[in-house]
Design a protein around this ligand. Structure first.
Ligand code: TXA
Ligand code: MG
Length: 359
């Protein structure tokens, strides 16, 4: 069990905030920081003591590796990552190095993580014993400032293991109150979903986790073939992806369209339900049904905009989870290559291992 703290939420405009956070990190403590994707639970990536505290606060299995968050200055090219002794660039063929340089140039800083052959100084504690390391350059100014004032930070999402990632300082507080000293409040996360993970594994580039940066964009910028995780499951290499993630306490059932939702509502009778819609309901029948007092209805985007839906997803799931409903019904976007795929991925995980679709 981790130590007890009186968890404080710090505001970036407050003079003492950076001093408190940096001092805590230098003392091998952990601090929750905002990034543009989700909030991270940060600690010195080169301190076993700090890494132990991260795993303890999250109750995370030690075999699940952490992402190393580095400064933009050290992450200009594959060569610069090698010079900073994060990766072993010799294990990457030249054509892939060139493709990755184009990807780095296009998307860093930003919501993209690269999994690459690790340098020997990167600890097993960080990588869960894998021969690769996950690297990310967050774009959020608070994260950038803290990293450039300290050292590279290990930072998993700042939730207890297996639960929904936090997209606000309050959500971090709700997850980790008493387990960490500080949360820095950097407002609601702009992206709202965890970074896309692109890995060099078995001589190919593979998308291990879909996110805001799509397979299509990665293919376009890299100029080479990138395999999708769906077609070539690399889960064995990413132990964290084997578990049910992003799970609210309330059970979740998924539906694809209004007809499926109407069928589900009929089946559930007058049960209190949370209902998560991607856009406003269309049919008169459904609009009427949703007015029932025992339903708690949330619409992710009035314009059916997937960027806004992604930004709101975790906060809305959390909000519905806090209400006293017995079941959450959530609408999955259709299969596509962009944010729809990322939202779909998170919802499928929230509903696993229960039956995935209503039909
Ligand atoms: O957007 C993000 O990536 C956020 C923010 C805080 O940066 N971080 C995040 O970390 O989502 P975490 O630990 O919750 O998810 C990282 C995922 C895990 O599923 C882990 O298994 C995988 O990345 N991972 C880490 N190192 C890996 C490696 N060497 N090979 C394959 N997967 C790896
Ligand atoms: Mg996570």
């Amino acid at each position: 069990m981790s130590a007890r703290y009186t968890t404080r939420i710090l505001i970036p405009s407050d003079q003492d905030t950076y001093r408190c956070a940096i001092q805590a990190l230098q003392a091998d403590d952990v601090v929750a920081i905002p990034t543009e994707t989700v909030y991270g639970l940060a600690g010195n990536a080169f301190s076993d003591q700090a890494l132990d505290k991260i795993y303890a606060a999250k109750e995370r299995p030690a075999m699940n590796p952490l992402i190393l968050h580095i400064s933009s200055a050290q992450a200009q090219t594959i060569q610069s990552l090698a010079e900073a002794e994060y990766i072993n660039a010799e294990a990457i063929p030249q054509a892939i190095v060139e493709a990755l340089d184009r990807v780095i140039n296009a998307f860093w800083p930003g919501p993209l993580t690269l999994v690459l052959p690790r340098h020997s100084r990167i600890s097993d504690r960080l990588t869960g014993g894998l021969d690769t390391v996950a690297l990310r350059v967050p774009a959020h100014p608070v994260a950038q400032k803290i990293i450039s004032s300290t050292f590279p930070l290990a930072a998993p999402s700042a939730n207890r293991s297996g639960r929904i990632s936090p997209t606000s300082a309050q959500a971090v507080y709700d997850e980790l109150n008493g387990r960490i000293p500080f949360v820095i409040d950097g407002d609601a996360c702009e992206v709202g979903l965890e970074s896309s993970i692109l890995a060099y594994l078995d001589n190919s580039l593979r998308l291990l986790r879909p996110g805001a940066i799509s397979l299509k964009e990665l293919r376009r910028e890299s100029g080479i073939k990138i395999l999708s995780a769906q077609k070539h499951p690399a889960e064995v290499r990413a132990p964290g992806m084997l578990q049910s993630h992003y799970a609210p306490d309330t059970p979740v059932k998924l539906f694809r369209n209004e007809t499926e939702l109407l069928t589900l509502l009929k089946q559930q009778g007058e049960k209190p339900l949370g209902i998560l819609l991607l856009g406003p309901p269309g049919s008169h029948d459904l609009i009427k049904q949703l007015q029932k007092p025992y339903y708690n209805v949330e619409v992710l985007s009035a314009e059916r905009d997937l960027t806004e839906a992604a930004r709101q997803l975790f906060a809305t799931l959390r909000k519905l989870d806090y209400t006293q409903v017995e079941l959450l019904l959530a609408q999955v976007p259709p299969q596509d290559q962009g944010l729809g795929q990322a939202i779909r991925d998170r919802l499928l995980k929230a509903a696993a291992p229960k039956n995935l679709f209503s039909s």
